[in-house]
Design a protein. Sequence first.
Length: 143
Amino acid sequence: MTMGKDKLIPFLAMAVILIGVFSTLYVNAQQIENVDDLKIITINDSDYNIDKLFEIIETKTIQTDDGEKTGLPLNQVLTYSKVSCVSCNSYTIKAHDPYQQTVSGEEMQNGVLTYDEKYNIRVYFPNLAHSFWVYNIAEIEVN
């Protein structure tokens, strides 16, 4: 009988290891996103490619407590996306994960939209806390 246990325990251990390996591979495969999808931002219910926005809109540099940040002026991005009155609305900036922040139209006048490989699409506001500097942005919703 002890011979049966000696054979059964390694078999069970191997089965548990294999289940763990395949579970890890499955979860990681589900989290991989297409890099091009990270360059698309939805603004006012329309999708825009960040590279195209950088071709069309002139960049501006702002001074923040974290140094100078250069990007697209958010008010011009919103105007390009057919928001008729930028300062008349508030905006919810949503990341690909559940993180989001709501910003007034006045603050959007001062902010910039940037892109880099570390943070993907990101916003900076010179007069707001860093918690408002949302990165990995998927959408800017007009409220």
